[in-house]
Design a protein. Structure first.
Lengths: 576, 366
């Protein structure tokens, strides 16, 4: 007897994701990942002023809210050969770092934690035991029995109201939840604290970019001027605020996020043994030390790791049209050259064709996975499917000998009594996200200090006006703007003709990770990860699927089907 | 978890306790508390009303920026809102349940709170005539899901410019035929809380208004609450005095930009944009776009994506040479005042001509 499982919507993500999985007994045999929403932003960008593009592109995502804006201005700067003043680059680094730290902490507590934390179990915890646990792992001050008693009382009042709101219909009591009640209560307390903390962390973007979500950028630098004698520019008062925000980030990451990750992971060793999948990792690199975008000066290195072989780092060239290509053999798009063609983003096409490419007329219960089954394209590097994101970056840092990474990874593995192979897994990915947050929060202080030193030395320029006027541009130009976004390697490719955008393509991290099969039938990263050693304890409560999908921190909407690959028999299972 | 979303009164009745028994229970409570018999109806009402209002939040063609903005609200905070004030029964980004369990939560909330729940929408949606496959949830088109959910809603709040006016997906050439909530919902009150995203405190402010006063706030011509969208950015801008004096930043990081002069010539859409950024500011009052040196994009206005470039001034006071403006700045307000009067007249005339026009207005004119 075989089953097909559909999970749509995958919640606690950004966007609309549907996954369909074919089962072999209790084991997931095949998974299909589908992004079910399209807006056509690349098409909307055509014919517009390249200097305006960042604002449109930024709205690709409001969670990793600055990355598309920044990738877009970098694409224009690459096309027009604009170098940045050093202070502008440092301010951008601070904004990127703040985005990562904010995003990763929120992902852990608000999107991922409920996969591991049974909220209801926290009701039966002893506040004293919770306090003992909390104090044994961290000096974080909110750890008294009285504090946890108050949190528990609030939780109890909420549950007793009978209106569970966002916690309604969770898989509470599922056998895969392994945390003791005290750990659950501690995690619930930190879930609430992180909501308050993130409000404060987001203020850094408001100081430099005017608001968060969707802070403002400008091609050629940053919009905020520095003037220590102005009440309306970045001055000592605003810099002091930035320093305060950085210190608060540092404390929360060091005393809450890192110890919680280790504590929770220690109860789930089996999740270091599944959920990896591809074994190929791609990084574009980011966080430059100077105004130039030279990968040699990046904190996050650029490169590709194939087949888990950390001894060989392959070079990546975003401009080489034989390296990065997108395929639509299983997507709801048409290519002029046919559905099996691969296109480099400079020559990329975005032609929607839901009906012609296998889209099933809504309402539907199942995708047609033989043809198009998603609004995501399938990007490939030299034909290889790649995973991008925190695990890719930590592996790249580790492989290139970054001392702090090596120390953090080795001590984490030793604390959890794991072999290095354990990194290639669902929780390896989640742990990598925490470790890179630690690396970044430490780097924040360095960038802040460098910014202060720059200003002290009299270098307070934040904008390069040289190429602002379109009259100074060549008739034809093209550029690749890239960055490491919280969810992985992000690239925007722009083709400029006579001052306007002729073509614009974004290949986003979740396109790499959540994309579909390619013409060679190679699965994307989600699809491969779900097919890696997953058994479902209860097909009606597919908590295991959520764990691995959330470990990627999806930035789209997906769906999962379970079908019998042998008999083809498909039975709808209601997931409740 | 077996606890259902019901008030105490409803739960007692579900367990076979009649209305009569319930009132007896209330009388017993009153007796225990040594209250007069007249207090019984009040106790009953309080117990029965102990429900938090149900809120169902639908996300369509969106980027989740509006939800992120909601979480930045500092008064009320998101945690106070969802634990103490409302019952957020369906919200993709925050809810624990996924798949069919999530859809069941939505259906259950719609059923149990029929006629009473508040429906919030972020994101535009492919219109009734668009391909329904452009955006689906659980295999259902956004249009079908909205039409189903709107039936039992007390009111609809469209959060963000996409839901309110079609927003980015609706920008030219609108590849997916995206429409706003108001375009398709005609038989329920719709409040538009625009902005890309809206100011955090404006989102919660509208909810709090509704929950506190039991009715929707007064709205402007675009269905936006006057309390937050009644004044232009320009009229509330702290840099307005420099506009009046004719002192403008000419480029980013010039002397005027550093001094905090008006960003009008850099393309600021403050004069034609109605929003609360200048008064409420962003992120716990930390700053806002103009304070951080960037011109206002006009993101709370209909069709702002197609209303000219972000760095193209609404109009430039061309009667005044650039040098004169700079000199005015150096010489002070005496010269500036003369320049400003001219500039102001010109700007007003041009701004009036170039304000974003809606399709409805065009239809009325044509």
């Amino acid at each position: 007897m075989s089953e097909r499982l559909v999970v749509d919507p995958i919640t606690r993500i950004e966007g609309h994701l549907r996954i369909e999985v074919e089962m072999a007994g209790a084991q997931i045999a095949q998974a299909y990942s589908s992004g079910t929403m399209v807006r056509g932003i690349e098409t909307i960008l055509r014919g517009r002023d390249p200097r305006n593009a960042w604002a449109f592109a930024q709205r690709i995502c409001g969670v990793c809210t600055l990355v598309h804006g920044l990738a877009s201005v970098r694409a224009v700067e690459d096309a027009l050969l604009i170098e940045l003043p050093a202070s502008a680059q440092l301010i951008r680094n601070l904004m990127i770092g703040a985005q990562f730290i904010h995003d990763h902490v929120m992902h852990f507590y608000h999107l991922h934690a409920l996969d591991w934390v049974d909220v209801v179990s926290g009701l039966s915890a002893s506040p004293e035991a919770t306090s003992t646990l909390a104090q044994s792992i961290s000096p974080w001050p909110k750890s008294s029995p009285g504090y946890f008693r108050d949190v528990q009382k609030r939780l109890k009042g909420f549950v007793d109201s009978g209106q569970l709101g966002i916690f309604a219909n969770g898989y509470w009591g599922h056998p895969a939840y392994k945390l003791p009640p005290a750990a659950n209560l501690m995690a619930v307390a930190h879930y609430l604290e992180a909501l308050a903390w993130q409000r404060d962390a987001a203020r850094l973007h408001a100081i430099f970019g005017g608001k968060n979500p969707h802070p403002n950028f400008v091609v050629g630098g940053v919009a905020c001027p520095i003037d220590l004698n102005s009440d309306s520019a970045i001055n000592a008062k605003k810099l002091a605020e930035v320093q305060t925000v950085i210190a608060a980030m540092q404390q929360f990451v060091d005393q809450v996020y890192v110890p919680d990750t280790l504590a929770i992971a220690s109860f789930y060793p089996e999740w270091f043994q599944r959920g990896e999948g591809l074994g190929n990792f791609l990084c574009y690199g980011d966080l430059p030390a100077t105004g130039t975008m030279d990968p040699a000066g990046f904190l996050f290195p650029r490169g590709v790791i194939l087949n888990r072989d950390l001894s060989t780092i392959h070079e990546v060239d975003l401009h080489d049209d034989s390296q990065i290509q997108e395929f639509v053999s299983h997507s709801w798009y048409d290519y002029q050259g046919g559905k099996d063609a691969g296109l480099h983003p400079y020559a990329g096409e975005t032609t929607l064709d839901y009906d012609g490419r296998g889209g099933v007329k809504p309402p539907y219960s199942q995708l047609d996975v033989t043809d198009g089954y998603t609004w995501l394209k399938a990007p490939r590097w030299k034909g290889h499917a790649m995973e991008v994101g925190p695990l890719a970056r930590v592996l790249m840092l580790y492989a290139t000998g970054h001392a702090q990474t090596k120390e953090l990874v080795d001590s984490t593995l030793s604390t959890l009594k794991l072999e290095p192979r354990a990194l290639f897994s669902t929780l390896g990915r989640t742990a990598a996200r925490t470790l890179e947050t630690k690396i970044l929060v430490d780097a924040m202080q360095g960038w802040y200090d460098a910014l202060i030193a720059n200003i002290k030395a009299g270098d307070d320029r934040t904008f390069n006006e040289g190429r602002w006027d379109p009259a100074t541009w060549p008739n034809d130009a093209r550029g690749a703007g890239f960055m490491e976004a919280p969810r992985g390697a992000l690239g925007h490719w722009i083709v400029i003709k006579e001052g306007l955008i002729e073509n614009y393509q974004a290949v986003v991290p979740s396109t790499w990770n959540a994309g579909p099969r390619d013409p060679a039938n190679q699965p994307g990263a989600y699809e491969a990860a779900l097919a890696d050693n997953h058994q479902l304890a209860d097909a009606k409560q597919p908590l295991e699927i959520l764990r691995t999908i959330h470990s990627f921190d999806p930035c789209i909407a997906c769906a999962v089907h379970l079908a019998d690959p042998d008999s083809g028999e498909r039975i709808e299972i209601k997931v409740t | 978890m077996s606890v259902k979303d019901t008030s105490l009164g409803e739960r007692l009745r579900e367990h076979g306790i009649s209305r009569r028994s319930f009132l007896n229970y209330c009388a017993a409570i009153a007796s225990l508390m040594a209250l007069p018999p007249g207090a019984v109806p009040a106790i009953a009402a309080a117990l029965e009303a102990a429900r938090r209002p149900s809120v169902i939040w639908l996300s369509f063609q969106e980027c989740t920026g509006c939800t992120e903005s909601l979480t930045r609200s500092h008064s009320p905070t998101i945690e106070d809102l969802i634990l103490g004030t409302i019952s957020l029964d369906y919200h993709h980004t925050l809810q624990a349940a996924a798949g069919t369990a999530a859809e069941a939560a939505r259906e259950q909330a719609m059923q149990e709170n029929h006629g009473k729940y508040l429906l919030i929408v972020d994101g535009s949606l492919p219109g009734a005539d668009s391909n329904p496959g452009y955006s689906t949830i659980a295999g259902v088109s956004n249009y079908a899901m909205l039409m189903e959910a709107v039936q039992g809603a007390a009111a609809v709040v469209a959060v963000g410019t996409c839901a309110a006016f079609g927003g980015l997906p609706g920008a030219d050439p609108n590849p997916t035929g995206a429409v706003s909530v108001m375009d398709v919902v005609k038989d329920k009150p719709v409040v538009n809380v625009s902005g890309c995203p809206p100011v955090p405190m404006v989102i919660t402010g509208v909810l709090v208004h509704y929950l506190t006063f039991g009715r929707l706030p007064e709205l402007d011509q675009y269905h936006r609450p006057l309390a937050f969208f009644g004044q232009s950015i320009h009229d509330r801008c702290y840099r307005r005095p420099f506009y009046d004096k004719g002192l403008f930043a000419e480029t980013f990081d010039d002397a005027g930009a550093r001094a905090g002069w008006c960003l009008y010539r850099l393309g600021c859409k403050g004069p034609s944009t109605y929003n609360a950024c200048a008064t409420m500011r962003w992120n716990s009052g930390t700053s806002w776009p103009i304070e951080a040196g960037h011109p206002c994009l006009g993101c709370s206005e209909p069709h702002f994506w197609d209303a000219g470039g972000f760095y193209t001034p609404l109009s430039v006071p061309t009667g005044v040479p650039k040098q004169a403006l700079l000199a005015a700045g150096a010489a002070g307000a005496a010269i500036g005042g003369v320049v400003a009067t001219k500039a102001k007249q010109r700007v007003r005339a041009d701004a009036a001509d170039r304000q974003p026009v809606t399709v409805d207005e065009l239809e009325q004119k044509l």
